[in-house]
Write a protein that binds this ligand. Structure first.
Ligand code: TRP
Length: 323
């Protein structure tokens, strides 16, 4: 099974990224062929500061390595180190109907949120399809919001295969139901653009401020607390197994529980959970050359796979006039 997913290095990575994608990817590296990359071409749709893009790309790579992504087990690279993906994106564009892209929620949402409605944003799903198809991925672990994009990639692959003959593997989204949407501190999906994130590697002060800002209801202390729709309960649960979650549920249902105290406790839980990774991160961050070497090594491996799919696509479309 070949598993592939990417993440935009457009900001500091947060619990939403971690639970919906990074943690699962790192687990997959043990038993599957794992392709994991930082989509800096896609990040250009929102980041226009070159220094910031460079910085966030290296930081995201450092985060992944610190969290346990093993560049010798997985193939780990930066999207722009494999520019071949744009050639494939062009080939795919010619079998991609306008309607398919016009129906994409992400495009409409991002424009509504004020991102410029340019061609990059509109063609975003085609490049994402190229990312997936050029590596022959079977499964794509993503958050719920990216499900439609994986379906678009599948549609495009089907269309290409029907037009030019069997060329691409049909990918499938891999979504963990319970974790498909990690709520942010305000209860909406956790997202940098909503300003409701809790970072993985924030300093203690920032983390405290983020956790303390989790929205709670005004149920009096001496009454049972609601579980359904309770953001504090939902975020805390991410760090618990079934038994721990049941115990937390009982505590919420028992009158006397103070939200403020639970928040402080959660702050400690998050801090401790990432403590070993934080130490590892500091160690890796001190050696930028190592991070770059690992990414370049990954790009070499990814390109070897991509070359095969691209060669097949070039041949099947008739670009190989010389043969
Ligand atoms: N669009 C994805 C996101 O914003 C990132 C992405 C780009 C991606 N290419 C991909 C995810 C290929 C999975 C596979 O989260």
């Amino acid at each position: 099974m070949r598993i592939l997913s990417g993440i935009q290095p457009s900001g500091n990575l947060h619990l939403g990224n971690y639970f919906a994608m990074m943690k699962r990817m790192i687990e997959y590296q043990e038993n599957h062929e794992l392709f994991c990359f930082l989509v800096n071409y896609h990040a250009l749709t929102s980041v226009v500061d070159p220094a910031l893009l460079r910085e966030k790309t290296l930081e995201a790579a450092t985060d992944f390595l610190a969290l346990g992504l093993d560049p010798h087990k997985a193939i780990f690279w930066v999207q722009s180190d494999m520019p071949e993906v744009h050639e494939l994106a062009w080939l795919l564009s010619n079998v991609t109907g306008m309607g398919l892209l016009e129906r994409c929620h992400a495009y409409k949402d991002k424009v509504a949120k004020g991102l410029p409605a340019n061609h990059g944003l509109f063609a975003y799903p085609v490049l994402m399809a190229a990312d997936i198809l050029i590596c022959g991925a079977n499964r794509v672990p993503v958050g719920k919001d990216q499900k439609q994009h994986v379906e678009v990639a599948r549609d495009i692959a089907q269309r290409f295969n029907a037009t030019y003959g069997e060329t691409f593997v049909l990918p499938e989204a891999d979504i963990e139901d319970e974790l498909s949407t990690v709520p942010g501190t305000d209860g909406q999906k956790m997202s940098k653009s909503y300003g409701n994130i809790i970072n993985i590697f924030a300093d203690e002060q920032t983390l405290k401020q983020q956790v303390m800002s989790i929205k709670t209801d005004s149920t009096p202390v001496n009454e049972p607390k609601p579980i359904e729709g309770n953001v504090l309960f939902a975020i805390y649960s991410l760090f618990l197994d079934a038994a721990g979650k049941e115990e937390l549920r009982q505590r919420f249902l028992t009158p006397g529980l103070k939200y403020g105290e639970v928040k402080k406790e959660l702050l400690g839980v998050i801090w401790e959970y990432f403590a070993p990774y934080r130490a590892e991160r500091a160690r890796i961050a001190a050696d930028k050359g190592y991070v770059i070497d690992m990414l370049k090594m990954g790009a070499g491996k990814a390109r070897a796979v991509a070359d095969e799919f691209l060669a097949k696509a070039r041949c099947n479309t008739g670009l190989n006039y010389y043969e």
